[in-house]
Design a binder for this molecule. Structure first.
Ligand SMILES: Nc1nc2c(ncn2[C@@H]2O[C@H](COP(=O)(O)OP(=O)(O)OP(=O)(O)O)[C@@H](O)[C@H]2O)c(=O)[nH]1
Ligand SMILES: [Mg+2]
Length: 330
């Protein structure tokens, strides 16, 4: 499953990344770090993770310390109701690469990831969870893939097993949504909503405003990259059951998740969503109109008109949305 979704059109940002890489000495990645800059920013949203947040930070920092990449960890707490923030504040003294961002109101993990990415100092941004579920000791491997291949803009840790909360309900729901997303983007997506990923910050910036406040932000960043021909590489990873309590509420978050996939498609490819139902309605309406005319000459039933008009309204919406998408700059 070690796949890279490649696209023909090289983008501006990728070319910028290429130029950056060409100016860097081929033998060492440390040059920039030695001068005090950060190359990798690891964004870690933390909400009520007091039992294991320190263990997670230790795991990340020891893996990064052993790598060649200069880094920072941005831990973002937005009004945890337990001791998470106090623990993070104390940890700042112990871990020189840790930066804590604290907010007084809760804004969701998506908001935390967006702000973390905006504030990141590294060219490469890593997103992960603080619940011991993702193999965060493998972060340097994700970064290395991006570092070695300038054609890749995002590396996603693709889970080979499902250990998430509400597994029985989430597995089929995720499968359906993943299939919809695959069809709409015309690509294979081994894991649509993995929480572990690394990407080029510069490439992600235009899409940050699209990120929703909650969990579906990970889906959004995948879709945004795929729709804009930024290559994604999937690296198979293991996945453990989370420590502590999940913040995922099945009904509320699954609804938002489906809505987000549809919203993304509307944002990037409205014709693909709206034209099939519109054409289907117009075809059924036309068939029904022919039947009406044959069975009762020169009379159309009101339900026939309703079907035809609905089809026409959806088609006009599709064309209008398409016009808006095409008039945008990104
Ligand atoms: N800052 C911040 N972080 C959050 C918030 N909600 C969740 N998180 C963090 O986002 C990450 C993902 O949340 P999880 O509860 O693990 O959700 P999940 O991974 O989809 O679901 P699980 O299968 O239960 O692990 C964790 O590191 C949470 O601490 C929030 O409102 N604010
Ligand atoms: Mg989790």
């Amino acid at each position: 499953m070690d796949t890279t979704v490649r696209h023909g059109r090289a983008n501006k940002n990728t070319r910028a990344a290429t130029q950056r890489h060409q100016t860097r000495p081929a033998t060492s990645h440390l040059t920039e770090g030695d001068q005090g800059t950060v190359e990798v920013s690891i964004v870690l949203p933390c909400y009520n993770e007091q039992e294991h947040v320190l263990a997670e930070i230790e795991r990340i920092t020891s893996a990064m310390d052993a790598s060649v990449y200069p880094y920072e960890v941005l831990a973002i707490d937005d009004a945890s109701t337990d001791e998470t923030l106090e623990i993070l504040r104390q940890a700042e003294a112990r871990f020189p690469h840790l930066r804590v961002l604290a907010f007084a109101n809760n804004g969701g993990s998506g908001t935390a990831r967006r702000i973390g990415t905006q504030q990141a100092r590294g060219q490469i941004v890593v997103w992960t969870d603080a619940d011991m579920s993702y193999p965060n000791d493998r972060i340097p491997e994700l970064v290395e893939i991006l570092d070695k291949d300038e054609n890749i803009d995002q590396v996603v840790g693709a889970r080979t097993s499902e250990q998430g909360t509400h597994k029985v309900l989430r597995v089929p729901a995720k499968w359906v949504i993943r299939k919809i997303a695959e069809r709409l983007t015309n690509t294979k997506i081994p894991d649509l909503n993995s929480g572990l990923r690394a990407f080029r910050r510069e490439v992600s910036l235009p899409y940050l405003r699209l990120l929703p406040a909650g969990f579906s932000c990970v889906t959004t960043i995948t879709m945004a990259f795929l729709h804009n021909q930024h290559a994604i590489h999937y690296m198979p990873i293991g996945y453990a059951k989370r420590s502590g309590t999940s913040k995922f509420h099945f009904v509320k978050d699954a609804y938002r998740y489906i809505l987000q996939v549809l919203r993304m498609v509307m944002y990037f490819n409205p014709l693909k969503v709206l034209m099939p139902p519109s054409l289907a309605l117009l075809a059924v309406g036309t068939g029904k109109a022919a039947y009406d005319v044959i069975s009762q000459p020169v009379r159309l039933a009101s339900n026939t008109l309703l079907i035809l008009l609905t089809g026409l309204i959806i088609a006009s919406l599709a064309l209008l949305a398409d016009l808006i998408v095409r008039s945008r700059t990104n």
